[in-house]
Design a protein around this ligand. Structure first.
Ligand code: G
Ligand code: G
Ligand code: NA
Ligand code: MN
Length: 254
């Protein structure tokens, strides 16, 4: 209950901010996009981890206004970067499974429309587990958003229980390989490599791009390049950083 009250104050008192983590083209240093990640700084308790407060906000329903805040903040950041004249990269944001249950497509359309941002500037990351919870609804939401020009990525792929048939049906832009599999790439046995290789083959057969999450070592990066992984993301290449620092990155890649 106390966390709920604190979250309510966080919404009202603008205690949230966004960090951004870069995604790069595999095998080069070409920046392909950034992923927005929510940060909450409590006035007394300091930094709160989203992996702790998001599940609470999901149980209380507060994830809906928080999700709207994230989308508005991403749109205003895009406008800011456009006015600064930096490279217009795509910005990805994470959707909670709970957001899939509300009138998601309408609320996204109205927030993005009000901000005057083209749908082509945005990508929504939906976890595999969330997408599989209600496949019919997910298919409808994903198809509607893509028809409007938004891109969709299936996040944390490989940890859920996807039917390959549904993956083909969603027909998303990207699959993001969960960082568990990336971390297995430089393990002594070859099971990690076999799984990543299979996911990449599957994605490419379905005309989807593959992003490996959680790249932390040069050896993982080399393996991913050898396996023709399209894009990479992780602490080795760039940690999530505040907007001003990210702007520097965008300016450098102009
Ligand atoms: O940024 P960090 O690694 O601490 O994120 C922890 C978890 O919180 C990840 O699963 C991430 O996807 C999730 N997360 C971060 N920002 C958002 C957000 O804006 N919305 C939702 N729904 N989840 C987020
Ligand atoms: O579930 P999702 O993929 O949205 O999670 C994003 C979270 O993953 C962010 O909170 C970010 O801090 C974390 N993250 C990003 N890159 C790495 C990495 O290379 N290693 C680890 N351990 N975590 C990472
Ligand atoms: Na994500
Ligand atoms: Mn992930």
């Amino acid at each position: 209950l106390m966390v709920r009250q604190a979250l309510q104050q966080a919404i009202e008192q603008e205690q949230f901010s966004l960090h951004f983590q870069p995604k790069y083209r595999g095998g080069s240093h070409q920046l392909t996009g950034v992923e927005a990640l929510l940060r909450w700084t409590h006035p007394e308790l300091g930094e709160m981890s989203p992996s702790e407060f998001i599940p609470i906000a999901e149980r209380s329903g507060q994830i809906i206004p928080i999700g709207d805040w994230v989308l508005r903040a991403v749109c205003s950041q895009i406008r800011h970067w456009d006015m600064a004249g930096v490279k217009p990269v795509k910005v990805a944001l994470n959707l909670s499974p709970l957001q899939m249950r509300t009138d998601l497509v309408n609320s996204i359309t109205s927030i993005v429309g009000e901000a005057g941002i083209a749908p082509q500037r945005l990508m929504f990351e939906i976890t595999e587990t969330a997408a599989m919870k209600d496949v019919e609804r997910s298919t409808r939401v994903i198809n509607d958003l893509q028809a409007l020009g938004f891109d969709i990525a299936i996040d944390d792929f490989g940890t859920g229980y996807s039917s390959l048939a549904y993956l083909a049906q969603f027909h998303c832009r990207q699959i993001k390989i969960d960082r568990f599999f990336t971390s297995r790439l430089d393990a002594s046995d070859h099971s990690g490599r076999a799984i990543v290789s299979a996911i990449i083959a599957l994605a490419h057969a379905l005309q989807m791009e593959v992003v490996a999450e959680g790249v932390e070592t040069e050896e993982q990066l080399r393996e991913l390049q050898a396996l023709h992984c399209d894009q990479v993301q992780g602490f080795l290449l760039g940690r999530p950083a505040e907007a001003s620092k990210t702007q520097g990155l965008l300016e450098a890649s102009n």
